[in-house]
Design a protein around this ligand. Structure first.
Ligand SMILES: Cc1cc2nc3c(=O)[nH]c(=O)nc-3n(C[C@H](O)[C@H](O)[C@H](O)COP(=O)(O)O)c2cc1C
Length: 143
């Protein structure tokens, strides 16, 4: 199956988590493309059977901890067209409700969020294999 892993990363931890997800999915014999949320195109989403979308989190005094810059990159994504989607974040202290906010934002863009995972930035790939299996099992694609 074709899997597209999208990430929003400033310092590289979320990109590392995305790469770990890609490695885990490839080890389960899936075709994987990894792209930043900036470079993704409509054709990339159309070609994918399953999506993973990840971001770093940003705490704001008045607004709590949120998916970073989501107000910029989520509206710019291509329509997600009912695609099964695993969402993830990397964090330093506590992601709090970031993944719930992200699930709501991506659901509004058409994603069907099936699983979520927060990775501490000290170990951005830790547990990626379990996360990938969870997402793929939710759509009957796990080998
Ligand atoms: C301005 C700023 C605010 C942050 N706020 C939080 C926060 O509120 N909670 C938290 O757990 N991590 C917070 N972090 C940590 C980042 O989410 C974490 O380092 C993340 O892994 C960075 O991902 P990246 O390397 O892909 O950019 C913050 C980082 C920055 C730069």
């Amino acid at each position: 199956m074709n899997i597209l892993v999208l990430y929003q990363s400033r310092k590289g931890h979320t990109r590392q988590a995305a790469e770990a997800i890609a490695t885990a999915a490839r080890s389960q014999n899936h075709n994987v493309v990894v792209k930043s949320v900036i470079e993704v195109r409509k054709v990339d989403v159309e070609a994918a059977d399953v999506l993973f979308v990840g971001t770093w989190v940003h705490g704001l005094i008045l607004f709590g901890v949120r998916p970073a810059e989501a107000e910029l990159w989520v509206p710019a994504l291509p329509a997600l067209a009912g695609k099964p989607t695993g969402i993830f974040c990397t964090y330093a202290f506590n992601p709090r409700g970031s993944l719930t906010i992200m699930a709501d934002l991506l659901t509004a863009r058409g994603a069907k969020v099936t699983a979520q995972r927060a990775f501490h930035r000290s170990r951005p790939g830790h547990g990626a294999d379990v996360f990938v299996r969870e997402v793929l099992q939710s759509v009957g694609l796990a080998v």
